[in-house]
Design a protein around this ligand. Structure first.
Ligand code: GA4
Length: 334
């Protein structure tokens, strides 16, 4: 097990906020759907999981373990650099590059350091990495490129199976948003160092929903991820599994299915002993894309639950919000 250097302490407290919507009781044996993508019933199970949990694990995904492990090692190598070197990769403006404890622009903090990239312009974050004394930037860059291409394909496959399951035609109605060359998708490498404060009041990444369509997450074998039960808001710990991927339904997919799929609230709690390293692909639409319920989701005279908006408008509003805010409520019809 690799224990990385701890980032310098911040003055703020890392307190888990208990939202009004979601309590923080732990449901230890909460069930997480596991879906085998090689089986013929996958599309039905996927639809069911998005409706019931907004979250599931996929196995038989076809992404080579070797690639995940190599990218993880490169990330670990970067996070092991002295703080002053890592800080050279911090953005002058905008969100891309290295971040330490600060999450978003509005005062949220976590026991975390990370690298954030725009997948259609890797250099937006990567060029900053070249300022730090990274020994093998070309290896890192090519692993990032290979990995992002494969997780994007996996995300597209899941979205196509979901379209099949929902009888949406054509079946690339959702996946084309990620495949579009102007797709506004992000990739994030997170490092949660072991946290010296052994308390459930310390948070790695506070509760939130993802704004995009789906997020494809892989972590090392350190637990910490928790999802809020859609029905009663209780927290369900997600057992780590470094060989599988976890899919998180985001706000945009909730809107496109007119609320049938649920964008799941999730968080990462700290671990006092072990580092957690996670890599997440956030499949976002192009900025100009209208985010609205698909016609197939409005059959039999059903009305849209949401006002009309573009992804660009949603993003602007998201970046004015705090992490735990309900971002969709501004876009719901009264
Ligand atoms: C949550 C999902 C992704 O990590 C992210 C986050 C983004 C950021 O860290 O810059 C946000 C957060 C996320 C939602 C609300 C805003 C924006 C921080 C924040 C307070 C990269 C994303 O796309 O939205």
């Amino acid at each position: 097990m690799v224990v990385l250097s701890k980032p310098s302490p911040l003055k703020q407290d890392f307190t888990i906020k208990t939202s009004k919507q979601h309590g923080n009781t732990c449901v230890v044996n909460g069930s997480i759907p596991v879906i085998d993508l090689s089986k013929s019933d996958a599309k039905t199970l996927l639809v069911n999981a998005c409706e019931e949990h907004g979250f599931f694990k996929v196995i038989n995904h076809g992404i080579p373990m070797d690639l995940m492990n190599k990218l993880e090692s490169e990330a670990v190598k970067f996070f092991k650099l002295p703080q002053s070197e890592k800080d050279k990769a911090a953005p002058a403006d905008g969100p891309f590059g290295y971040g330490n404890k600060k999450i978003g622009p509005n005062g949220d903090v976590g026991w975390i350091e990370y690298l954030l990239f725009n997948t259609n312009n890797l250099d937006s974050g990567f060029s900053k990495l070249l300022n730090s004394s990274n020994e093998t930037p070309e290896v890192f860059r090519s692993l990032l490129n290979n990995y992002i291409e494969l997780v994007k394909k996996l995300g597209c496959l899941v979205l196509e199976l979901l379209a099949d399951g929902l009888k949406i035609e054509p079946r690339n109605t959702l996946s084309r948003l990620l495949e579009d060359e102007e797709s506004d998708s992000f990739f994030r490498l997170n490092h949660y160092p072991p946290c010296p404060v052994n308390s459930r009041d310390v948070v790695g990444f506070g509760e939130h929903t993802d704004p995009q369509t789906i997020s494809v997450l892989r972590s090392n074998n350190t637990s910490g991820l928790e999802i809020a039960d859609i029905k009663n808001g209780s927290w369900i710990p997600v057992p780590s599994d470094q060989n599988s991927f976890f899919i998180i339904v985001g706000d945009s997919l909730q809107v496109m299915t007119n609320g049938r799929f649920k964008s799941v609230t999730h968080r990462v709690i700290q671990n006092s002993m072990k580092s957690r390293v996670s890599m997440i692909y956030f499949g976002g639409p192009p900025l100009r894309q209208n985010i609205a319920p698909l016609p197939a989701m409005l059959s039999r005279g059903k009305e849209s639950l949401y006002k009309e908006f573009t992804w660009s408008e949603y993003k602007k509003s998201a970046y004015k919000s705090r992490l735990a805010d309900n971002r969709l409520c501004n876009f719901e019809k009264q």
